[in-house]
Design a protein around this ligand. Structure first.
Ligand SMILES: Nc1nc2c(c(=O)[nH]1)N[C@H]1C(S)=C(S)[C@@H](COP(=O)(O)O)O[C@H]1N2
Ligand SMILES: [Mo]
Length: 256
């Protein structure tokens, strides 16, 4: 509280705190607090930032939800699972957990479900609104039990992505992955979605299950999930920056 007060008294008179989200979206406030990812991250964590991403109504749902990045994984294991209707797909949960889990699609569907109509914002300049359904990540993490030292949840995907050079992608293709901190992991709108607009996820949109972490940009929404690792450090994964795009210079904390 002391820290927050000191920060507030540093704000110029006339800038009212109308709500964390309103403030963090306000570019003036952002500029005053500081620029860049670290400042956004610290500010949002400082004020708690447990607010919800905006939810929309069914009438707002985009007629087509664009497919971006990988459109169909070439990984033979994923392809075999897809041919089998994902009956043999299992989501592994490992790392700093008390109990490792291996969850089937029916098991994920048997957990309490959350549905949310949200807007997906890609850094490439397009947005789409869709309804996502699946269990909250929190219920899965509670079932696994986090051990001491747990700081990050890392999502390992089935696809290698090479990127498109014209879009700043590169170079060497490597396995897609992403990661979030525990605040986002236990946020109520953070779900493992198996459905988009009440249909099982299409191949393009990330079948059989993808992450939805609604307060962050498109590239955090990892598709084609295979494994979740609870970790104390991001260093061992990929290039060490916490995600396929963060390894290529994008912000790890991609708050909107
Ligand atoms: N596994 C995986 N997840 C991914 C990507 C990808 O290429 N592979 N692309 C990301 C990007 S940049 C965006 S904008 C969204 C696109 O999701 P969509 O294809 O459902 O629109 O997925 C994100 N998650
Ligand atoms: Mo994106």
């Amino acid at each position: 509280m002391i820290l927050r007060r000191q920060l507030l008294t540093a704000l110029p008179a006339g800038l009212m705190l109308t709500g964390c989200d309103a403030l963090t979206r306000n570019s003036t406030a952002k500029a005053i607090i500081g620029s860049g990812e670290q400042a956004t991250y610290r500010w949002q964590r400082l004020v708690g930032r447990d607010g919800l991403a905006r939810e929309f109504s069914a009438a707002d749902i985009s007629p087509v939800f664009k497919v971006n990045g990988t459109r169909a994984p070439t990984n033979p294991l994923w392809q075999a699972l897809s041919v089998g209707g994902f009956a043999d797909w299992r989501l592994k949960v490992s790392g700093l957990v008390s109990r490792e889990l291996s969850l089937s699609l029916p098991q994920l569907r048997a957990l309490p479900q959350r549905s949310q109509i949200t807007r997906h914002d890609c850094v490439e300049g397009w947005s789409a609104i869709g309804q996502w359904t699946g269990p909250q990540l929190a219920s899965i993490l509670k079932a696994a039990g986090l051990r001491d030292g747990a700081r990050y949840i890392v999502f390992l995907c089935a696809d290698d992505y090479g990127g498109e050079a014209s879009k700043g992608g590169l170079q060497s293709s490597s396995r897609y992955y992403e990661s979030i901190d525990l605040v986002d992991a236990f946020h109520p709108q953070t779900i493992l979605a198996h459905s988009l607009n009440n249909q099982p996820l299409s191949t393009g949109n990330g079948a059989p299950v993808r992450l939805r972490v609604e307060r962050q940009l498109g590239y955090k929404q990892a598709k084609y999930l295979m494994q979740i690792v609870v970790a104390d450090s991001l260093a061992p994964f990929g290039g060490g920056k916490g995600g396929y795009w963060p390894d290529r210079g994008y912000e790890w904390y991609a708050g909107t």
